[in-house]
Design a protein around this ligand. Structure first.
Ligand SMILES: NC(=O)c1ccc[n+]([C@@H]2O[C@H](COP(=O)([O-])OP(=O)(O)OC[C@H]3O[C@@H](n4cnc5c(N)ncnc54)[C@H](OP(=O)(O)O)[C@@H]3O)[C@@H](O)[C@H]2O)c1
Length: 348
Protein backbone atom coordinates (compact mmCIF):
# COMPACT_ATOMS: atom_id res chain seq x y z
CA UNK A 1 0.00 0.00 0.00
CA UNK A 2 1.63 3.25 -1.13
CA UNK A 3 0.91 6.79 0.02
CA UNK A 4 -1.20 8.82 -2.34
CA UNK A 5 0.30 10.84 -5.15
CA UNK A 6 -0.07 14.60 -4.85
CA UNK A 7 -0.97 17.28 -7.31
CA UNK A 8 -0.16 20.96 -7.33
CA UNK A 9 -3.36 22.94 -6.95
CA UNK A 10 -3.04 26.22 -8.83
CA UNK A 11 -4.78 29.12 -7.17
CA UNK A 12 -4.07 27.72 -3.72
CA UNK A 13 -0.46 27.24 -4.80
CA UNK A 14 -0.01 24.13 -2.66
CA UNK A 15 0.27 20.39 -3.17
CA UNK A 16 -2.71 18.25 -2.16
CA UNK A 17 -3.41 14.53 -2.32
CA UNK A 18 -4.86 13.66 -5.71
CA UNK A 19 -7.99 12.36 -3.97
CA UNK A 20 -9.56 14.45 -1.25
CA UNK A 21 -12.15 13.40 1.31
CA UNK A 22 -15.52 14.98 0.50
CA UNK A 23 -17.28 15.37 3.84
CA UNK A 24 -20.83 16.15 2.72
CA UNK A 25 -22.02 12.55 3.11
CA UNK A 26 -20.76 12.26 6.67
CA UNK A 27 -22.94 15.20 7.68
CA UNK A 28 -25.88 12.78 7.39
CA UNK A 29 -29.52 13.68 6.69
CA UNK A 30 -30.56 17.36 6.68
CA UNK A 31 -33.48 19.42 5.43
CA UNK A 32 -33.22 23.12 4.71
CA UNK A 33 -36.56 24.98 4.36
CA UNK A 34 -38.23 21.60 3.77
CA UNK A 35 -35.84 20.48 1.02
CA UNK A 36 -33.61 17.46 1.66
CA UNK A 37 -29.97 18.58 1.38
CA UNK A 38 -28.12 15.77 3.16
CA UNK A 39 -27.48 12.08 2.79
CA UNK A 40 -28.82 8.87 4.32
CA UNK A 41 -28.16 8.21 7.99
CA UNK A 42 -24.48 7.94 8.79
CA UNK A 43 -22.98 6.30 11.84
CA UNK A 44 -20.69 9.04 13.29
CA UNK A 45 -18.14 6.49 14.53
CA UNK A 46 -17.99 4.83 11.12
CA UNK A 47 -17.69 8.24 9.47
CA UNK A 48 -14.85 9.24 11.80
CA UNK A 49 -13.14 5.91 11.15
CA UNK A 50 -13.39 6.78 7.44
CA UNK A 51 -11.67 10.12 8.07
CA UNK A 52 -8.91 8.46 10.11
CA UNK A 53 -8.43 5.86 7.40
CA UNK A 54 -8.17 8.59 4.78
CA UNK A 55 -5.55 10.36 6.90
CA UNK A 56 -3.54 7.16 7.34
CA UNK A 57 -3.64 6.52 3.59
CA UNK A 58 -2.19 9.98 2.92
CA UNK A 59 -5.28 12.05 2.10
CA UNK A 60 -4.37 15.66 2.87
CA UNK A 61 -7.39 17.43 1.32
CA UNK A 62 -10.70 17.60 3.24
CA UNK A 63 -13.76 19.44 1.94
CA UNK A 64 -16.72 20.38 4.11
CA UNK A 65 -19.38 23.14 4.39
CA UNK A 66 -21.44 24.88 7.02
CA UNK A 67 -24.60 23.13 5.78
CA UNK A 68 -23.18 19.60 5.65
CA UNK A 69 -25.09 18.19 8.61
CA UNK A 70 -25.49 21.81 9.79
CA UNK A 71 -22.04 21.75 11.40
CA UNK A 72 -21.85 18.03 12.11
CA UNK A 73 -19.45 17.39 9.22
CA UNK A 74 -17.20 20.31 10.23
CA UNK A 75 -17.09 19.05 13.82
CA UNK A 76 -16.09 15.54 12.71
CA UNK A 77 -13.29 17.13 10.73
CA UNK A 78 -12.36 19.10 13.84
CA UNK A 79 -11.91 15.80 15.69
CA UNK A 80 -9.56 14.63 12.96
CA UNK A 81 -7.56 17.86 13.13
CA UNK A 82 -6.73 17.10 16.76
CA UNK A 83 -4.73 14.10 15.52
CA UNK A 84 -2.48 15.95 13.11
CA UNK A 85 -0.63 19.28 12.81
CA UNK A 86 -2.85 21.85 11.12
CA UNK A 87 -0.33 22.59 8.39
CA UNK A 88 -0.39 18.96 7.23
CA UNK A 89 -3.97 19.25 5.95
CA UNK A 90 -5.73 21.37 3.37
CA UNK A 91 -9.19 22.23 4.66
CA UNK A 92 -11.93 23.74 2.57
CA UNK A 93 -15.37 24.85 3.73
CA UNK A 94 -18.25 26.84 2.28
CA UNK A 95 -20.78 29.55 2.99
CA UNK A 96 -23.94 30.59 1.18
CA UNK A 97 -26.71 28.07 1.77
CA UNK A 98 -27.35 28.29 5.48
CA UNK A 99 -30.96 29.34 6.04
CA UNK A 100 -31.13 29.25 9.81
CA UNK A 101 -31.82 32.98 10.28
CA UNK A 102 -33.97 35.66 8.68
CA UNK A 103 -30.87 37.17 7.06
CA UNK A 104 -29.76 36.19 3.58
CA UNK A 105 -26.90 33.69 3.66
CA UNK A 106 -24.63 36.27 1.95
CA UNK A 107 -25.57 39.18 4.19
CA UNK A 108 -22.13 40.33 5.45
CA UNK A 109 -23.13 39.87 9.11
CA UNK A 110 -24.38 36.37 8.32
CA UNK A 111 -21.17 35.52 6.46
CA UNK A 112 -19.06 36.74 9.38
CA UNK A 113 -21.12 34.64 11.81
CA UNK A 114 -20.87 31.58 9.57
CA UNK A 115 -17.10 31.88 9.18
CA UNK A 116 -16.68 32.23 12.94
CA UNK A 117 -18.85 29.14 13.50
CA UNK A 118 -16.96 27.16 10.87
CA UNK A 119 -13.56 28.04 12.37
CA UNK A 120 -14.90 27.08 15.79
CA UNK A 121 -16.38 23.80 14.51
CA UNK A 122 -13.19 22.79 12.75
CA UNK A 123 -10.98 24.10 15.56
CA UNK A 124 -8.70 26.18 13.39
CA UNK A 125 -7.80 29.83 12.87
CA UNK A 126 -7.86 29.67 9.09
CA UNK A 127 -9.29 27.81 6.11
CA UNK A 128 -7.21 26.92 3.09
CA UNK A 129 -10.12 27.38 0.71
CA UNK A 130 -13.45 29.07 1.44
CA UNK A 131 -16.15 28.61 -1.18
CA UNK A 132 -19.11 30.76 -2.10
CA UNK A 133 -21.40 27.75 -2.17
CA UNK A 134 -24.54 29.19 -3.75
CA UNK A 135 -24.98 31.48 -6.72
CA UNK A 136 -28.06 33.14 -5.21
CA UNK A 137 -26.82 36.55 -4.12
CA UNK A 138 -30.25 37.94 -3.34
CA UNK A 139 -32.63 40.13 -5.38
CA UNK A 140 -30.65 41.93 -8.12
CA UNK A 141 -27.50 40.34 -6.72
CA UNK A 142 -27.78 42.70 -3.75
CA UNK A 143 -25.14 40.85 -1.71
CA UNK A 144 -22.74 39.92 -4.50
CA UNK A 145 -20.20 42.75 -4.29
CA UNK A 146 -20.09 42.73 -0.49
CA UNK A 147 -19.67 38.95 -0.43
CA UNK A 148 -16.87 39.12 -3.00
CA UNK A 149 -15.13 41.95 -1.10
CA UNK A 150 -15.43 40.14 2.21
CA UNK A 151 -13.81 37.05 0.75
CA UNK A 152 -10.94 39.11 -0.68
CA UNK A 153 -10.51 40.87 2.69
CA UNK A 154 -10.34 37.57 4.55
CA UNK A 155 -7.88 36.31 1.97
CA UNK A 156 -5.67 39.38 2.45
CA UNK A 157 -5.85 38.90 6.23
CA UNK A 158 -4.86 35.24 5.92
CA UNK A 159 -8.05 33.95 7.54
CA UNK A 160 -8.62 32.10 4.29
CA UNK A 161 -5.90 31.26 1.78
CA UNK A 162 -7.97 30.92 -1.36
CA UNK A 163 -11.43 31.91 -2.56
CA UNK A 164 -13.53 29.16 -4.10
CA UNK A 165 -16.53 29.21 -6.38
CA UNK A 166 -18.59 26.52 -8.05
CA UNK A 167 -18.67 26.20 -11.85
CA UNK A 168 -21.70 25.10 -13.89
CA UNK A 169 -22.09 21.38 -14.61
CA UNK A 170 -21.88 22.18 -18.32
CA UNK A 171 -19.60 24.95 -19.47
CA UNK A 172 -17.77 26.14 -22.55
CA UNK A 173 -16.68 29.77 -22.51
CA UNK A 174 -17.67 30.20 -26.15
CA UNK A 175 -21.33 29.45 -25.36
CA UNK A 176 -21.63 32.90 -23.78
CA UNK A 177 -21.48 34.49 -27.23
CA UNK A 178 -24.18 32.27 -28.73
CA UNK A 179 -27.94 32.14 -28.35
CA UNK A 180 -27.82 28.42 -27.51
CA UNK A 181 -29.54 26.76 -24.54
CA UNK A 182 -26.57 27.22 -22.19
CA UNK A 183 -25.79 30.83 -23.20
CA UNK A 184 -27.58 32.63 -20.37
CA UNK A 185 -26.15 30.37 -17.67
CA UNK A 186 -22.65 30.72 -19.13
CA UNK A 187 -22.89 34.53 -19.25
CA UNK A 188 -24.22 34.56 -15.72
CA UNK A 189 -21.34 32.45 -14.46
CA UNK A 190 -18.72 34.53 -16.27
CA UNK A 191 -20.24 37.64 -14.72
CA UNK A 192 -20.06 36.10 -11.22
CA UNK A 193 -16.53 34.93 -11.94
CA UNK A 194 -15.45 38.49 -12.82
CA UNK A 195 -16.93 39.83 -9.59
CA UNK A 196 -15.73 37.10 -7.24
CA UNK A 197 -12.22 36.58 -8.74
CA UNK A 198 -11.87 33.06 -7.29
CA UNK A 199 -8.64 31.11 -6.95
CA UNK A 200 -10.22 27.66 -7.07
CA UNK A 201 -13.35 26.30 -8.74
CA UNK A 202 -15.28 23.12 -8.17
CA UNK A 203 -16.94 21.28 -11.00
CA UNK A 204 -18.79 18.04 -11.67
CA UNK A 205 -16.96 15.62 -13.91
CA UNK A 206 -17.61 11.92 -14.34
CA UNK A 207 -18.18 9.14 -16.88
CA UNK A 208 -21.43 10.78 -17.96
CA UNK A 209 -20.08 14.30 -18.46
CA UNK A 210 -20.44 15.75 -21.95
CA UNK A 211 -17.48 15.77 -24.30
CA UNK A 212 -16.29 19.09 -25.66
CA UNK A 213 -15.00 19.91 -29.11
CA UNK A 214 -11.40 21.03 -29.60
CA UNK A 215 -12.44 24.62 -30.22
CA UNK A 216 -14.40 24.79 -26.96
CA UNK A 217 -12.91 26.05 -23.70
CA UNK A 218 -14.31 23.73 -21.05
CA UNK A 219 -13.89 24.55 -17.38
CA UNK A 220 -10.57 22.73 -17.14
CA UNK A 221 -9.06 24.70 -20.02
CA UNK A 222 -10.60 27.89 -18.67
CA UNK A 223 -9.03 27.19 -15.26
CA UNK A 224 -5.63 26.44 -16.75
CA UNK A 225 -5.65 29.70 -18.71
CA UNK A 226 -6.64 31.70 -15.63
CA UNK A 227 -4.36 29.99 -13.11
CA UNK A 228 -7.25 28.48 -11.12
CA UNK A 229 -7.17 25.27 -9.14
CA UNK A 230 -9.94 22.74 -9.87
CA UNK A 231 -11.61 20.34 -7.46
CA UNK A 232 -13.76 17.73 -9.19
CA UNK A 233 -16.93 16.51 -7.50
CA UNK A 234 -19.53 13.83 -8.26
CA UNK A 235 -16.87 11.56 -9.74
CA UNK A 236 -18.87 8.57 -8.44
CA UNK A 237 -22.16 10.06 -9.64
CA UNK A 238 -23.11 10.40 -5.95
CA UNK A 239 -22.99 6.61 -5.68
CA UNK A 240 -25.00 5.89 -8.85
CA UNK A 241 -22.03 4.86 -10.94
CA UNK A 242 -20.92 2.34 -8.32
CA UNK A 243 -24.32 0.89 -7.54
CA UNK A 244 -25.07 0.07 -11.12
CA UNK A 245 -23.82 -3.50 -10.69
CA UNK A 246 -26.61 -4.39 -8.28
CA UNK A 247 -30.35 -4.32 -8.83
CA UNK A 248 -31.08 -0.58 -9.16
CA UNK A 249 -34.61 -0.97 -7.84
CA UNK A 250 -33.57 -2.02 -4.39
CA UNK A 251 -32.12 1.25 -3.15
CA UNK A 252 -34.38 3.58 -1.13
CA UNK A 253 -33.22 7.06 -0.11
CA UNK A 254 -34.38 8.34 3.25
CA UNK A 255 -35.95 11.71 4.09
CA UNK A 256 -33.06 14.13 4.45
CA UNK A 257 -31.09 12.53 1.58
CA UNK A 258 -31.06 14.98 -1.36
CA UNK A 259 -31.09 12.06 -3.82
CA UNK A 260 -34.68 11.26 -2.79
CA UNK A 261 -35.89 14.41 -4.61
CA UNK A 262 -33.49 14.16 -7.56
CA UNK A 263 -35.00 12.79 -10.82
CA UNK A 264 -31.66 11.15 -11.64
CA UNK A 265 -32.23 8.73 -8.77
CA UNK A 266 -35.73 7.48 -9.60
CA UNK A 267 -35.96 3.72 -10.22
CA UNK A 268 -36.58 4.40 -13.94
CA UNK A 269 -33.50 6.59 -14.31
CA UNK A 270 -31.41 4.10 -12.39
CA UNK A 271 -32.62 1.27 -14.64
CA UNK A 272 -31.65 3.26 -17.74
CA UNK A 273 -28.22 4.01 -16.34
CA UNK A 274 -27.80 0.37 -15.38
CA UNK A 275 -28.37 -0.60 -19.02
CA UNK A 276 -26.07 2.14 -20.33
CA UNK A 277 -23.21 0.98 -18.12
CA UNK A 278 -23.70 -2.75 -18.81
CA UNK A 279 -20.98 -3.00 -21.52
CA UNK A 280 -18.48 -1.37 -19.16
CA UNK A 281 -19.36 -3.71 -16.29
CA UNK A 282 -18.98 -6.68 -18.62
CA UNK A 283 -15.55 -5.51 -19.69
CA UNK A 284 -14.12 -4.12 -16.44
CA UNK A 285 -16.04 -6.00 -13.72
CA UNK A 286 -19.23 -5.60 -11.73
CA UNK A 287 -18.04 -4.73 -8.24
CA UNK A 288 -18.01 -1.21 -6.76
CA UNK A 289 -14.20 -1.48 -6.77
CA UNK A 290 -14.17 -2.17 -10.51
CA UNK A 291 -16.49 0.75 -11.22
CA UNK A 292 -14.61 3.04 -8.80
CA UNK A 293 -11.47 2.39 -10.83
CA UNK A 294 -13.21 3.56 -14.01
CA UNK A 295 -14.68 6.63 -12.31
CA UNK A 296 -11.46 7.78 -10.65
CA UNK A 297 -9.08 7.03 -13.48
CA UNK A 298 -11.38 8.53 -16.11
CA UNK A 299 -11.49 11.83 -14.21
CA UNK A 300 -7.76 11.86 -13.50
CA UNK A 301 -7.02 11.20 -17.16
CA UNK A 302 -9.16 14.12 -18.28
CA UNK A 303 -7.77 16.59 -15.77
CA UNK A 304 -4.13 15.85 -14.94
CA UNK A 305 -3.89 19.06 -12.91
CA UNK A 306 -7.06 18.75 -10.79
CA UNK A 307 -7.81 16.94 -7.54
CA UNK A 308 -10.86 14.77 -6.96
CA UNK A 309 -13.24 14.95 -4.00
CA UNK A 310 -14.99 11.70 -3.14
CA UNK A 311 -17.81 11.18 -0.69
CA UNK A 312 -17.86 8.22 1.69
CA UNK A 313 -19.69 7.04 4.80
CA UNK A 314 -17.13 4.66 6.30
CA UNK A 315 -13.53 3.44 6.00
CA UNK A 316 -14.42 0.64 3.61
CA UNK A 317 -15.97 2.99 1.06
CA UNK A 318 -13.08 5.40 0.94
CA UNK A 319 -10.57 2.56 0.95
CA UNK A 320 -12.22 1.07 -2.13
CA UNK A 321 -12.03 4.38 -3.94
CA UNK A 322 -8.42 5.08 -2.93
CA UNK A 323 -7.45 1.60 -4.13
CA UNK A 324 -8.59 2.66 -7.61
CA UNK A 325 -5.41 4.74 -7.85
CA UNK A 326 -3.36 1.57 -8.11
CA UNK A 327 -5.01 0.49 -11.36
CA UNK A 328 -4.54 3.07 -14.12
CA UNK A 329 -6.45 2.98 -17.39
CA UNK A 330 -4.72 3.13 -20.76
CA UNK A 331 -5.61 5.54 -23.55
CA UNK A 332 -7.42 2.67 -25.32
CA UNK A 333 -9.64 2.18 -22.28
CA UNK A 334 -10.61 5.86 -22.30
CA UNK A 335 -11.51 5.63 -25.98
CA UNK A 336 -13.56 2.52 -25.32
CA UNK A 337 -15.42 4.11 -22.41
CA UNK A 338 -16.24 7.17 -24.50
CA UNK A 339 -17.42 4.98 -27.35
CA UNK A 340 -19.76 3.11 -25.01
CA UNK A 341 -21.18 6.13 -23.20
CA UNK A 342 -21.05 8.94 -25.74
CA UNK A 343 -22.05 9.33 -29.36
CA UNK A 344 -18.98 11.21 -30.39
CA UNK A 345 -15.88 9.89 -28.62
CA UNK A 346 -12.62 11.66 -29.18
CA UNK A 347 -9.10 11.23 -27.88
CA UNK A 348 -7.55 14.18 -26.13
N1 LIG B 1 -22.21 17.47 -5.27
C1 LIG B 1 -22.00 18.76 -5.07
O1 LIG B 1 -22.77 19.64 -5.52
C2 LIG B 1 -20.80 19.21 -4.32
C3 LIG B 1 -20.56 20.54 -4.26
C4 LIG B 1 -19.42 20.96 -3.66
C5 LIG B 1 -18.56 20.05 -3.12
N2 LIG B 1 -18.84 18.74 -3.15
C6 LIG B 1 -17.89 17.85 -2.50
O2 LIG B 1 -17.73 16.67 -3.24
C7 LIG B 1 -17.77 15.59 -2.30
C8 LIG B 1 -18.13 14.33 -2.99
O3 LIG B 1 -19.55 14.22 -3.06
P1 LIG B 1 -20.29 14.08 -4.37
O4 LIG B 1 -21.59 14.75 -4.28
O5 LIG B 1 -19.35 14.52 -5.41
O6 LIG B 1 -20.55 12.49 -4.43
P2 LIG B 1 -19.64 11.29 -4.97
O7 LIG B 1 -18.27 11.37 -4.44
O8 LIG B 1 -19.82 11.18 -6.45
O9 LIG B 1 -20.44 10.05 -4.31
C9 LIG B 1 -20.30 9.77 -2.97
C10 LIG B 1 -21.20 8.63 -2.58
O10 LIG B 1 -20.91 7.45 -3.33
C11 LIG B 1 -21.19 6.32 -2.51
N3 LIG B 1 -19.96 5.54 -2.39
C12 LIG B 1 -18.71 5.98 -2.12
N4 LIG B 1 -17.83 4.96 -2.06
C13 LIG B 1 -18.53 3.85 -2.30
C14 LIG B 1 -18.19 2.49 -2.37
N5 LIG B 1 -16.92 2.08 -2.20
N6 LIG B 1 -19.16 1.59 -2.65
C15 LIG B 1 -20.44 1.98 -2.85
N7 LIG B 1 -20.84 3.29 -2.77
C16 LIG B 1 -19.90 4.20 -2.51
C17 LIG B 1 -21.63 6.83 -1.15
O11 LIG B 1 -23.04 7.04 -1.10
P3 LIG B 1 -24.11 6.04 -0.44
O12 LIG B 1 -23.38 5.01 0.37
O13 LIG B 1 -25.00 6.90 0.35
O14 LIG B 1 -24.81 5.48 -1.65
C18 LIG B 1 -21.00 8.21 -1.16
O15 LIG B 1 -21.57 9.10 -0.29
C19 LIG B 1 -18.78 16.05 -1.27
O16 LIG B 1 -18.67 15.30 -0.08
C20 LIG B 1 -18.38 17.46 -1.10
O17 LIG B 1 -17.30 17.52 -0.20
C21 LIG B 1 -19.93 18.31 -3.75
Amino acid sequence: MSLLPRRHLSGLNADVSVIGAGCWTIGGPVTNRGTPIGWDDVDPDAAFAGLVHALERGVTLYDTADVYGLGHSERLLGRLLRLVPRQDLTISSKVGYFAGTARHAYHPAQMRAQLATTLDNVGTDHLDIYFLHSSDFGPDDRYLLDAADLMQTWRAQGVIHAVGMRAPHRFAEEWAATDGPQAAETRRWLHLYDQVRPDVVTTRYNLLSPLYADHETDIFRFARRNGLGVLIKQVLGQGLLLQAGSDPDQRQYSIGDHRRADPTFTPDSRRQLHARLAPLRDRYGHSPANMARLCVQYALHHAPDAAILVGFRNAEQIDTVLAALDHPLHADDITQIRAVLHDNPYID
